[in-house]
Design a binder for this molecule. Structure first.
Ligand code: VG1
Ligand code: CO
Length: 538
């Protein structure tokens, strides 16, 4: 086997963000850019003699990147590469396979919910041997490596089409496996398939795969295993540009789902997932189930969900509403608060401290894997519906009655000038201490400042994870810059307002919008960044 060694000038911008290294496709297409990041992962995680799980969400550049990866891993004597058919694996399935096959680590080629196609984004993330997203210590080590890296090696060989089968390349075994089979087997151990199948005989749901990675999984699970008619799975074919749509489930993006639900009164629940299948959106006929409420409801109803039997602890990310805290308090569960991003749940899950966790950005999962899992969340909801015979709307409204309602919205300001946005955050942080004790609309500010996190399992510290203003139990405002945008800066303002008595109108008109207006003023977004309105409200 011929190997080639390539020398290049190191790249200064390969620091992974919230979830991997996300850049535009064209940025990734620069000579040596993809190879540099992969080589840095190999150098820090090891490659000779290692077993890797590899897959991607099927977006544009997925195939080219996988081929580069295989050629490099073969030249550097990887032991075994386990790859999904045609290079396709959802993020939750990758996490599952790493655990199942006891791989050393996994590499996921995905920019998740970011748009795809040649004008869209690409991304690479890597997960460690328990299937968890690489923690900051590992991603920082990769970043440091890219700063000095000037060389990589690849095998100058032809590659087989990525059809299911075993292949030998140099000293590396290439195992191309079904993208879905192992994952579906895993689901069977977590849920009562007979009960759900029975329920789906008389009740129909609709699932929108958004032309992304989840399509084949949804067909295998809901249609083949659980008997949902095939035409109840929309946009099931993965496409490199996601059909020109934004693969980020939200009421704005899942239009096809909403139209079909409006036309067909027999559909009790709609659901959708994102580019790489780790996010989930669930809606009833009347309400979108806010992801924070969805997490709280899954916790409250966990007795109906076999996957969550014996649940002891839960966790949410800091910006996620405290709806789940209320449930945890009532049920005697421990509730942890982590920074944004799934990687912070990994150690809590691994340590057995939590069995359920989630984030406001449509992410929910349990301890079966170490990633969020869109289909798993839908299966939790189906378990609840099958056991109670209720509709999602009725379950949501009853939940609000019992625990009060945590109104929650996220206000995003996109494509800000990065330097201006950073200066604004820094200035706001300085002003914040003065806010404690002040009153605003009759609410006292009880706390204001940076959120720093210490991992309770190993003491690892992560500083500066977002600014928060707390109004006791009543309300919260959180703001931080996104770590997933491929260019410029995205400012997120998260607002939560707790309304204890849902029988009466909320005390503050517009609740979350009022809080957002306050934050906008306090941060001076108009003057500092020239913006008067958020681009998106989720
Ligand atoms: C966003 C979300 C965060 C999520 C991350 C990755 O990060 O806020 O909750 O974990 O995306 O999700 P940020 O830094 O842009 O706020 V996924 O499904 O795109 O991997
Ligand atoms: Co995702």
């Amino acid at each position: 086997m011929q190997t080639q060694t390539v020398t290049f000038a190191s790249f200064a911008d390969q620091r992974p963000g919230t979830s991997g290294l996300r850049k535009t496709v064209r940025h990734y297409q620069q000579p040596h850019y993809t190879e540099s990041f992969l080589q840095a992962v190999f150098n820090t995680q090891g490659i000779a003699g290692k077993t890797l799980v590899i897959g991607g969400d099927g977006r544009y550049y997925n195939r080219e990147a996988i081929e580069k990866l295989i050629k490099m891993a073969v030249a550097q004597n990887a032991k075994r590469l386990i790859i999904g058919e045609n290079g396709l694996l959802s993020t939750p399935a990758t996490s599952h396979l790493i655990r199942k096959y006891r791989a050393d680590y996994g590499i996921i080629l995905s920019a998740s919910h970011n748009p795809g196609g040649i004008d869209g984004d690409f991304g690479i993330k890597f997960n460690l041997s328990a299937g968890q997203p690489a923690p900051e210590s590992a991603t920082e080590a990769v970043y440091a490596e890219t700063q000095k890296l000037t060389q990589y090696t690849y095998a100058d060989i032809g590659l087989p089409a990525l059809a299911i089968g075993e292949y030998t390349l140099g000293s590396t075994q290439l195992s191309v496996i079904s993208s879905t089979a192992d994952y579906i087997d895993g689901m069977k151990k977590l849920f009562d398939f007979d009960a759900i199948k029975h329920y789906l005989r008389d009740h129909k749901i609709l699932f929108d795969a958004m032309h992304a990675a989840t399509g084949p999984y949804a067909l295998a699970l809901f249609h083949q295993e659980l008997g949902l008619p095939e035409n109840h799975i929309l946009n099931a074919k993965p496409l490199p540009d996601f059909g020109g749509h934004h693969p980020d489930p939200s009421p704005d993006t899942a239009k096809a789902l909403q139209q079909r639900m409006a036309q067909d009164a027999g559909i009790v629940m709609g659901a959708a997932s994102d580019g790489d299948g780790d996010r989930n959106m669930v809606c009833g006929r009347k309400h979108l189930i806010n992801p924070c409420d969805s997490l709280a409801i899954i916790a409250a109803q966990h007795a109906h969900i076999p996957a969550l039997s014996g649940m002891k602890g839960v966790a949410r990310t800091m910006p996620t509403s405290r709806a789940i805290d209320a449930v945890a308090g009532a049920l005697g569960l421990v509730c942890y608060e982590t920074p944004t991003g799934w990687k912070f749940f990994g150690n809590l899950l691994e340590d057995g401290k939590i069995q359920l966790c989630g984030e406001e950005s449509f992410g929910t999962s349990g301890d079966h894997i170490r990633e969020k899992d869109g289909l798993w969340a839908v299966m939790c909801w189906l378990s609840i519906l099958a056991a109670t015979g209720e509709t999602p709307d009725a379950i949501l409204e009853a939940h609000w009655q019992q625990y009060g309602r945590h109104h929650f919205n996220r206000f995003d300001f996109e494509n800000l000038d990065k330097a201006q946005a950073e200066a604004m955050i820094a200035a706001f942080e300085k002003d914040m201490a003065k806010m404690i004790g002040q009153n605003w609309n009759g609410l006292a500010i009880t706390n204001a400042g940076q959120f720093h996190y210490t991992d309770p399992t190993n003491g690892e510290k992560s500083a500066n994870q977002g600014l928060q203003i707390q109004f006791g139990r009543q309300a919260r405002i959180i703001t931080r810059l996104s770590g997933t945008s491929s260019s410029g800066a995205t400012l997120r303002i998260y607002c939560e307002y707790w309304q204890q008595d849902t029988g009466r109108p909320a005390a503050l008109a517009g609740t979350t919008a009022t809080l957002a207006a306050f934050a906008q003023g306090a941060m001076n977004i108009a003057e500092r960044c020239g913006r008067h309105q958020p681009d998106h409200i989720v």
